[in-house]
Design a protein around this ligand. Structure first.
Ligand code: BJW
Ligand code: ZN
Length: 251
């Protein structure tokens, strides 16, 4: 077990602004597959075919079916101790920002209040042609791709595919919070996908104390002030426990 040093807990206890960036690893312990791990989604599926506008245009039914399947898995999943610990951290620091690349809404289910979803979400849909939200009911078993009632365009999940812009407000607020934070957590992300991956580097450059929580090394690891090589479902609850203990002893 990686030691979570008392000096780090002291830094966290004195921090005014804390930012947490999460990736697929945080939901791995909820049974949702990551993308780039050896058994991840991209080991079996081609991202260009399934997670790009070009892929959707060339085979919309295949893409829709893949997302229907993944929705079912998300629907059956529950937040894990990592999600709950991140939600609790929000209540223990003066200013807190949660930024996620995850599309599963498990942070919200765990009680996180404001979540900047950089890559959208898998729950909602919108029209590929006119962009209007699609509010029609979509049953998981339904393999037929719905059509937009406004323009007849094809309906797609409201996730962000490769080559697409991230939601403007989410990226703006994420960059703003990253600029001003004292402690930045990069949890369960490979830091391979931009612009999300640039946030930990940016936090470091701006003088924040950057903590990476990931059982594996990433391209960012060598830059982290602290690397906790553990699953987030173990490390995050332990950090909360130590933070509460520290605060109790320093009242
Ligand atoms: C655990 C754990 C446990 C396991 N506890 N940890 C060069 C520079 C800059 C940008 C680019 C560039 N070349 C191309 C680009 C653009 C591109 C990009 O970054 N590509 C890279 C692959 C190179 N980016 C984009 O296209 C983005 N848009 C954009 O840039 O717009 C402007 C623009 C447009 C056109 C041209 C140029 C610029 C959009 C990115 C959209 C990403 N979408 C996806 C799919 C979402 C929908 C869906 O779910 O299907 O988002 S891809 C996929 O990767 C998903 C994730 O959110 C994202 C990040 O993955 P994440 O979360 O890090 O997961 P993994 O699997 O990679 O890592 C999991 C980690 O967890 C691992 O490290 C494990 O060790 C760890 N782990 N168990 C803690 N229990
Ligand atoms: Zn439409």
């Amino acid at each position: 077990m990686t030691e979570i040093s008392s000096s780090f807990i002291q830094i966290l206890a004195n921090a005014n602004n804390v930012v947490v960036l999460t990736g697929a690893g945080v939901s791995a312990e909820s049974g949702i597959k990551t993308f780039r791990d050896p058994d991840g989604l991209w080991a079996r599926f081609n991202p260009a075919e399934l997670a790009s506008p070009k892929g959707f245009m060339s085979n919309p039914e295949l893409v829709w079916e893949w997302y229907q399947h993944r929705r079912e898995i998300v629907h059956e999943s529950k937040p894990n101790p990592g999600h709950y610990a991140i939600a609790e951290l929000e209540t223990l620091v003066p200013y807190f920002t949660l930024i996620t690349q995850n599309v599963d809404r498990l942070h919200q289910q765990a009680g996180s209040k404001i979540v900047y979803e950089l890559h959208g979400n898998i729950i909602e849909n919108h029209c590929f042609r006119c962009g209007k939200p699609y509010i029609g009911e979509v049953a998981f078993a339904d393999k037929t791709l719905p059509k937009c009632p406004e323009c007849g365009g094809k309906i797609r999940p409201s996730v962000v595919w490769f080559g697409e812009m991230l939601p403007e407000d989410a990226i703006r607020e994420s960059e703003k919070a990253t600029n001003h934070c004292d402690v930045f957590f990069s949890v369960g992300t490979s830091t391979e996908v931009y612009p999300a991956a640039s946030l930990p580097y940016h936090a470091k450059k701006m003088g924040a104390y950057v903590v990476e929580i990931n059982p594996n090394d990433t391209s960012f690891s060598s830059q982290a002030n602290l690397k906790i090589k553990e699953p987030s479902g173990q490390a995050m609850p332990e950090i909360i426990r130590l933070l509460k203990e520290y605060k109790k002893g320093n009242q």
